[in-house]
Structure formats: C-alpha cells, structure tokens
Ligand binder design. Structure first.
Ligand SMILES: *Cc1c(COP(=O)(O)O)cnc(C)c1O
Length: 377
C-alpha cells in the first residue's frame, strides 16, 4: 500500500462490538475474566490496550517496521532504550542530539553506570574511532536540532554491523513520511510523537519501532516493567493525526523551502540552514537518504539582540518551544531547548546566541514570509 493509504488504515479495523469505523478510546484499567484463567488476551491496562495497539501498529507500518511500542513521551521512549543496556556499557552519541536526550544521558543514566562518548556523527570516522571494548550502542539524530546536520545512516549501520553494535535513530524531525531509518539498516527508530506524528501540539508521546524480534520482546517487557505508557485518549488523538501526516508534511516541506529561499538573500541574516538549500553541506546526502527536507529551518542573526528583536515582533509565528505542529513556532535554542547543554559544547557545535529555530507550520506561506521579514526589519 502507499503511504497515505497505510496512514489512514493500518492498525485499524471496524470495532468488534459495533463496527464503529474509528477505533474507540478504550478507557479502562482492567478487563473482566469471564471464568478463572480465561481472558481475551487483555488483563490490565498498562500491559494491554487496544487503542494503543492500533497506534503502535499504525506507526510501525509507516516506518516499514514489524513492531511498534508507544510511550508516554519521547524522552520515556529514549529512557526505555537505555535500559536495554547494563551497568558498564558504553554508548556513542551524536554531539548535537535533542537537549532532553543529552540531559537524560549525561545527568541521569551516567549515574547508573552507562558511559557516553559525544561525537559529530556526520563524519562516520568519528564514530569508528570512538568504539571501545565495551561499546554496545550508537545513538544518532538526523537531521540534528537545531543545526540540521545529517548523518549517513547506511554508513552508520554497516559500521555497527561489523562491530556487533545496536543502532538507534531519533527520526522525530523527518517523520516516517520523509525518512525511514530501518530501510537503511538501523535497528531501532524512535519518535517524539509530540511533534509531527501528532502534529497538533496537544499531546506528549513517544514511539519505538524495530524489525528485530529480540529487541522488540525485551522492549515490550521494559514498556510494561517501567510503565511509561501513554493514555488511551492520547493514543486516539495521535492515531487521528497520522491520517493526515502525508498532506501535512507536504505543506510543511513546501512552506519551509519557500521561507528558506526568501530569507537567504535577506542582508540582515548571516546564514539560513535548511537541508533543501543546495549550499547546505549535506544537501546531496539529504536528497539520497530522505524523501523531502522537512519543516525545520534555522536562521542565524548577527547577535542575541537581533534574535530577541525578531522573536518579540512576530505576529503569526508564536514564540514557544516544541515543533511539528500545524501552527508556526519559533524559539531560541541556545537559551530554551538547549539550555541544559554546557556553553563549551554549544561553542564546539556552533550553536550561537544568534540562532533562531523555525518550526514552519502549514499556514499560507505569504503570511509567514511577510511576518518574518517585517520582524527582522
Ligand atoms: C521533543 C523531542 C524529543 C523528546 O520528546 P518528548 O515527547 O518531549 O518527551 C526527543 N527527540 C527530539 C528530536 C525531539 O524533538
């Protein structure tokens, strides 16, 4: 089936009780056992919920995966992946991953005996030279946030296979519509469904997908053991949202491209960072590895004062953290989403105080461009 057909139908069939076309929200914590020792496979809400199962099957299908597991947030999904590892294991991580992932690894998981090495994964040689005796997992984000640097997923997965390592890709920025890491050989893909998959800025959620049965069985055990499951209502909202993922992503993509093109010649801006621009350092890889360039654009202004002026004068864009919703947002990564990343790390990766990150929504693009152009002036 094509992507849109799967998005609308996968994981869903008319409800058994009434033939309701839309999967019901099964708000129940427990299930009746008609006789001692019998059940329909559903016994307790943390372990089994049909609305959640539908969402898991739906997104797994969109990611070309056999298995999916939903979590109460993107960060809970990342945490669950960490618990595949043991005290003393070593992880190689991209040095520009989501700020909350950095915080979880550096300030929480380290205390549980996991060892992390932070490298620029856009050069696979950096990953290779970081591999140690106890390395177990490689964790990448591509494109990164907010610098939109790409990592070659095929190269990472073949390096990992040679060394018997698990590979994880956070695919939140692209959504399954524009990128499917598993088809490039990655073992585990995760999303903050809070972003494009839900797309309406009204749910916090996460999902993990894989084709590896052993990893799935262990993660399913962990999902139930840690208990960070999403509510049936949140699953239902996200399932409703994935139906329109293709049309939303197409519009995010064309709007972002138009904004990047309109701003790149603006003399008040130092730099426009967008993988769809031919001058982006990884534009060729972007064309090869992704089916589009996404809705995220970063712009660098000369100073923090300039960035602040822009953020305070927009009227259609909203100054807020997060991304991936139908409405356009902008934020200041250095002090907002990446506040917990130390200054020396920011300097190393080039995350300056003049950078403003745009999450381009699906409004009329003329309104978005004039809003930005006015605020920059
Ligand atoms: C938001 C985000 C997360 C964390 O997800 P939550 O749903 O906020 O817990 C992880 N990775 C990326 C790339 C994100 O943008």
């Amino acid at each position: 089936m094509g992507f849109s057909t799967d998005a609308i139908h996968a994981g869903q069939q008319p409800d058994e009780a009434t033939n309701a076309v839309i999967t019901p929200i099964y708000m129940t914590s427990t299930y009746a056992q008609p006789e001692y020792g019998t059940s329909k496979g559903y016994k307790y809400g943390r372990t089994a919920n049909l609305t959640r199962f539908s969402l898991e099957r739906n997104i797994a299908t969109l990611e070309k995966a056999r298995y999916g597991l939903a979590f109460s947030s993107g960060v809970a999904a990342v945490h669950s992946i960490c618990t595949l590892l043991k005290n003393g294991d070593h992880v190689i991580v991209g040095d520009n991953v989501y700020g909350g992932t950095y915080r979880l690894f550096q300030f929480v998981m380290k205390d549980f005996g996991l060892d992390f090495t932070w490298v620029d994964t856009s050069d696979v040689a950096n990953i290779k030279s970081a591999i140690k005796e106890n390395t177990k997992l490689i964790y990448v984000e591509t494109p990164t946030n907010p610098l939109l640097t790409l990592t070659d997923l095929k190269a990472v997965s073949s390096l990992a296979k040679e060394n018997d390592l698990i590979t994880v890709c956070d695919n939140t920025f692209m959504s399954p519509y524009f990128q499917n890491p598993l088809i490039h050989g990655i073992d585990i893909t995760l999303h903050s469904t809070t972003k494009y998959l839900n797309g309406h800025s009204d749910v916090i959620g996460g999902i993990v997908v894989t084709n590896n049965e052993k990893i799935f069985e262990r993660l399913k055990y962990i999902q139930n053991a840690l208990g960070a499951v999403p509510s049936p209502f949140d699953c239902w909202l996200t399932l409703r949202s994935t139906k329109t993922l293709a049309v939303r992503m197409d519009r995010h993509n064309t709007n972002a491209m138009a904004i990047a093109n309109a701003l790149k010649s603006n003399p008040a801006i130092n730099r426009v960072i967008y993988p769809g621009l031919p001058d982006h350092p990884h534009h060729e890889l972007a064309k090869k590895q992704m089916n589009g360039f996404g809705g995220m654009v970063s712009i660098e202004l000369p100073s923090f004062e300039d960035a602040k002026r822009l953020m305070n004068h927009v009227k259609v864009f909203t100054l807020a953290e997060s991304l991936g919703g139908v409405e356009s947002l902008l934020c200041h990564p250095a002090s907002m989403t990446h506040a917990s990343v130390p200054k020396e790390v920011k300097d190393k990766i080039g995350l300056t105080d003049g950078i403003v990150r745009l999450s381009v929504g699906i409004e009329d693009v003329e309104d978005l461009i004039s809003d930005l152009t006015y605020a920059i002036k």
